[in-house]
Write a protein that binds this ligand. Structure first.
Ligand code: FMN
Length: 142
């Protein structure tokens, strides 16, 4: 199985988490590439059975949260019809409905969304490990 992590970042946290997740999945035998939403590697996308889409949380901290630069994300995300997908967001205090909104964007692109996970920015390594472990558990049981 192969995977691709596609991320949107403003200050680098979501990119850091993306590489952590990719490293952990690759170490477990799921060869995983990483691309920014502005330059998706179409060959890696075509090869991927699983697409992981990550974004940061934009809002007024406890209100109106959404994926950062959501319209650019929706516009640049290529079609991923028939591929399994997972979403994640990084956040500071409260990500609110960011994951649900990100899930909607990924479904609109044709992804079969298995679930989502939020990663607090003060524990990017721990959150990324937890996401990768849970994902590997789900993949083993499918
Ligand atoms: C303009 C702006 C708005 C933000 N709004 C929220 C918010 O509503 N809730 C929250 O928990 N974090 C919020 N954050 C924090 C970011 O989501 C968090 O730092 C994230 O990890 C940034 O990811 P990035 O480094 O990949 O851009 C905001 C950050 C910025 C710059």
């Amino acid at each position: 199985m192969k995977a691709l992590v596609i991320y949107e970042t403003l200050t680098g946290n979501t990119r850091t988490a993306s590489y952590e997740i990719a490293g952990r999945l690759s170490a477990a035998g799921v060869a995983t590439e990483v691309s920014p939403i502005t330059a998706v590697d179409l060959q890696a996308l075509s090869d991927a059975d699983l697409v992981i889409v990550g974004s940061w949380t934009d809002g007024i901290f406890f209100f109106g949260q959404r994926p950062g630069r959501a319209s650019r994300l929706a516009k640049n995300l290529p079609r991923i019809d028939g591929k399994k997908a997972v979403v994640f967001c990084t956040y500071a205090l409260d990500c609110g409905p960011t994951l649900e909104k990100l899930e909607r964007i990924v479904r609109m692109a044709g992804g079969d969304v298995l679930g989502g996970y939020s990663i607090r920015r003060d524990d990017l390594a721990g959150g990324s490990k937890e996401l990768a472990d849970r994902l590997l558990g789900v993949l083993e049981s499918t």
